[in-house]
Design a protein around this ligand. Structure first.
Ligand code: ATP
Ligand code: LTN
Length: 329
């Protein structure tokens, strides 16, 4: 089985777009891949953040993945800072990466423009990401387009390392999973639903209570006219609601369109809200269960870290030997 690795920022709040566009697939593919999911708390420290909130966000992100159906028996789920190899390997790779190539990273350029304090950690973000991947002999890394350049760097570093120190690292492949439906912002249906959206009303969070989901969907921006039709260019609002309804109720867009032909926007919204509430109910129930049993979550993450370490430590031992560090014993 191909080993795949993915890193998730600990934002703590996932939305319906994240779920339909990514998490759902991870859950479905658990038997086909040797999957490792890592909540990347060290990456979250590269920009201004609230220390009192980081641990809780990290936990909540892991709990959401578990509630969504990530099964810790079949998939390794762990927290980046729990496995020390990530930081150790970052140092080694820092000495393989060049200042010039890191300076060219577009995410660094964009993110550093927005900060008045630019940490060295932000500059080094792509090297930590390369360490995440190279520590696990990973075959594939499914990422969004925005991470393409970082993946390319991880590959370049692995190739350069092997060239200089002998064949040690597995060179990973990037894959760009076709995003299914791009869920759009309810208030601005030409933009994607996003956690950094300006209108919180436009984003359906996985943990929004039923009344909040209903309210957000009922106040969704719709289009001129009254007919329910799937036409993303001409009717972005209505088309988004049809997509959400279809995904949440497990039918096709065509079927949803046929079901609502002739009814008004109000009926479509009511049905979409009901479908989303029902769709998220099991996830929310499971999340509540986990929230009531914090020691279970701690145990799952501890076990995940142990399994992750059992893979990463031998890789790191190979690396230490290859670069010429003196063994401790
Ligand atoms: P941001 O607000 O920074 O854009 P985000 O929460 O919207 O963040 P990311 O963290 O960039 O999204 O992405 C996490 C995963 O969720 C990615 O695999 C991405 O493709 C998927 N995803 C994010 N938003 C959507 C969306 N609106 N529709 C479908 N998939 C999405
Ligand atoms: N930078 C990525 C998150 C990330 C990641 C990784 C993804 C950190 N380490 C390793 C894949 C593999 C992001 O912002 N989406």
């Amino acid at each position: 089985m191909a080993r795949v690795f993915s890193g998730i920022q600990p934002t703590g709040d996932m939305h319906l777009g994240n779920y339909l566009g990514a998490v759902q697939r991870w859950v479905a593919e658990q038997d086909e891949r040797d999957a490792i999911h890592c909540v990347v708390d060290l990456h979250a420290m590269t920009v201004a953040y609230e220390p009192a909130e980081l641990a809780e966000r990290t936990r909540r992100t892991a709990m959401l993945l578990l509630a969504a159906g990530i099964d810790p028996e079949r998939t390794i789920l762990f927290v980046q800072s729990h496995v020390r190899v990530h930081t150790e390997l970052t140092w080694v790779l820092n000495c393989v990466a060049s200042f010039g190539e890191l300076r060219r990273m577009t995410q660094f350029k964009e993110k550093s423009e927005a900060q008045d304090f630019v940490s060295a950690g932000l500059f080094d973000y792509p090297v930590l990401m390369a360490a995440d991947i190279l520590a696990y002999d990973v075959d594939e890394v499914p990422v969004g387009e925005d991470q393409r350049q970082h993946l390319e760097l991880a590959r370049d570093l692995a190739i350069r390392f092997n060239h200089r120190f002998g064949d040690t690292l597995v060179v990973p492949r990037a894959t760009f999973p076709s995003v299914g439906a791009r869920v759009k912002d309810l208030q601005n249906p030409t933009a994607k639903m996003s956690k950094s959206s300006e209108s919180p009303q436009g984003t359906l969070l996985l943990l929004d209570p039923p009344q909040v989901i209903t309210k957000k969907i009922k106040s969704a921006v719709t289009d001129s006219g009254t007919d329910v039709r799937y036409a993303p260019e001409e009717k972005p609002g209505v088309s988004n609601l049809l997509e959400i309804l279809a995904a949440a109720s497990g039918t096709t867009i065509e079927q949803a369109e046929a079901d609502f032909a002739g009814s008004g926007y109000g009926k479509l919204k009511t049905s979409a809200a009901e479908a989303v509430v029902e769709y998220l109910r099991p996830l929310q129930d499971r999340y509540e269960e986990l929230a009531r049993d914090p020691s279970e979550v701690t145990r799952v993450l501890e076990l995940g870290a142990e399994k992750a370490e059992a893979i990463a430590e031998p890789v790191m031992a190979r690396i230490r030997a290859a670069v010429g560090l003196l063994p401790r014993s």
